[in-house]
Design a protein around this ligand. Sequence first.
Ligand code: GAL
Length: 895
Amino acid sequence: MAEATRTCWLQWRMLVPIIAFVLFSSTVSGNFFEPFNVSYDHRALIVAGKRRMLVSAGIHYPRATPEMWPDLIAKSKEGGADVVQTYVFWNGHEPVKGQYNFEGRYDLVKFVKLVGSSGLYLHLRIGPYVCAEWNFGGFPVWLRDIPGIEFRTDNKPFKEEMQLFVKKIVDLMREEKLFCWQGGPIIMLQIENEYGDIEKSFGQKGKDYVKWAASMALGLGAGVPWVMCRQTDAPENIIDACNGYYCDGFKPNSNKKPVLWTEDWDGWYARWGGRLPHRPAEDLAFAVARFYQRGGSFQNYYMYFGGTNFGRTSGGPFYITSYDYDAPLDEYGLRSEPKWGHLKDLHAAIKLCEPALVAADSPQYIKLGPRQEAHVYHGDSQTEGKICSAFLANIDERRAVSVKFNGQSYTLPPWSVSILPDCRNVAFSTAKVGAQTSVKTAELVTPPFGSLSIMQKTMNEDDVSNISKSWMALKEPIGIWNENNFTFQGLLEHLNVTKDSSDYLWHKTRILVSEEDISFWEENGANPAVSIDSMRDVLRIFVNGQHSGSVVGHWVKAVQPVRFVQGYNDLILLTQTVGLQNYGAFLEKDGAGFRGQAKITGFKNGDVDLSKLSWTYQVGLKGESEKIYAVENNANAEWSILEPDVSPSIFTWYKTYFVTPDGTDPVVLDFGSMGKGQAWVNGHHIGRYWNITSSKDGCEACDYRGAYDSDKCRTNCGNPTQTRYHVPRSWLNPSNNLLVLFEEIGGNPFKISVKTVTASLLCAQVSESHYPPLRKWSKPEFMNGTISIEGTAPEMHLHCEEGNVISSIEFASYGTPKGSCQNFSTGRCHSSNSLSIVSEACEGRNSCFVEVSNAAFGNDPCRGTVKTLAVMARCSPSWKTGYLGLRSTVSRSEQ
Ligand code: GAL
């Protein structure tokens, strides 16, 4: 027996180099897996012949940089995802009809390959309508110009374009061998997106379109299942999937289809001037556990990583540049705790149940109380024999309830699911967060600016703040700025003119004012007013070169008093978009600028109809057209030195240079001192900025219990919605980074600062009685229906972000500590060596663990009492601490 094992071992050793070579060469050729097929039955997707319970992480590739992708994918995998899900962004890939872009952030093939090489699967949602808070829902704006086109209905020109693009993507994926049957990661596709929400608007044509879209997609021979989300009339061969905050109890339109949740909204997006949504980790875990409890088999976090709407990619109305989404990975790709860690534990628990979940065709339902229920999955496993997993739910929003199940008693916290992988032991309760909490701060980096040699002399040597004295400015002309303009009798629709090549459209005309008008106004103490029936998003009015008012809104009436002088007056209307509409029917008709009547009221002889006048139009800004934000062009513009004491001015370009902060922490620019505009770093458009404050109300204390909606648990009331703007490190040079801003309403660039974001404080609380740590269960052994767990003492795990170490333990108490993160204090019972034990285990390390037991602390500080360990730790960049290279930064699990 031993001899046989040895021989096998030797043969195995000889095979290693061959296997390594095969693996390597297959990775290079784009084959990441042994080719496999994916099909489905009523219970689950069947991957390589086996039903699977899958967890998916939504990541939109253009909302990060290619340099960020590997880390995002690795953190998704570490967090327990099996699948990565993304949309495909048509307007990014085909900005000009027939001219494709698959480079940089739009390098879809590279992204899919990275997912495959990490061993994860991919769900590709081609759309090509995507919604996604993305400009125009992903449609290229040129699509509007195709004669006779109507979007997302039985319309020939639209269907032709849609088919061309979808086929282009499917063909590309096939050529690159990225489908699972070719050894690639793609296991599933999506056609359309939530069409069911708007189908009624199109009557019969809508129904015909659904059928066409389905058969067109299936006809492309992709060889993997297709889904349509929120599509109750999805045809037989397409899986209709659920989107929402909760999808337990969802039933697809055929009992041959599995229950898939394509969008689990784990947070929400934000609008300029809005508050920031947060979805509590306990409620999110509850929703996910309920889904698998009640028969679900595939769940995707929308978003697992939200990222950033770089450039002008954010949709509308008025979506901000950050797409953080309160996702488990934050805008910069840092773990958002405790959400990330809590979900990781949840996924581990679900994985422990997977054998039973896939073995059973449907669960056994047991009512445990008025608002308490169990779903039990029984099955036979070839290797384990009889297996059993159970989910116990308490959907009571207020009370914890004790229930009896399987001969044992369980206390179920309110609004919770307890997961029992062996039908006996609770491996996880959605309401008990064992993961660490992290408090992120943006740290000021000094001195970031000041390498503009011409400005050195103005540097104030005493000023240790980050305010640069080295800014240059350039005025943007108000109105028509070159001969590349045209004149037209009447008011044109904004997008028809700009084609969305810029946010801005100038309209200029002349208004003749008589002496009689002036005396009429004087006598009546009245003023004329520009009055527009309906406008979006921003209208700025200038009379004789002076700004005389602005209106902001989404298809709102604009009435703005103006002052004219006798004779000819220059009237300039500047219409602006802040992200095109991305949701709803008839997007092609939505447009921008003005709708309805536009006039000037208050003249003695009646209103002036603006649509009858002759207007000169100019698209965009002079600075935009000259690309003065580009490294190679900016020196050609006539910048002048900006004196620190000049008052804020409108329509001004600013530039400076800054030094990249040391380390690896994400870099942000704080534009809290600015007004509204756009910014570029080394020519990369980092997005629109707008310092607009949200309402003071509506940020009540957050209770995870009860159904979530995006108005619950909001934060940031009374503050600007966004002041920090992500600058990916791959866009930076070590120094001399060119920052260019276009400011519309006035701000103080001297107060702009460069910061790095880091999880600087970690807090964690783990009790002795806490369920055993899941990570020890990674290889569960099912023995007669019970799980054997090696070791029972719970552990506290702490980890800083990469490049950081735990520089100090600011609080530690093993006993009965009180309070919460940042407010911990020792209680009646406290082990006096708490701080030294935790410091010894953690300081100088990137991550560490401490056992929560009397043994670890050398004594029992209070017999008969359940002890808790509470810790607050500080993380600092390793380059800043004396620990650099002194201590190993590996945790035990990696050893
Ligand atoms: C869904 C849509 C997504 C996204 C989400 C809200 O309805 O399918 O693309 O817009 O809403 O974030």
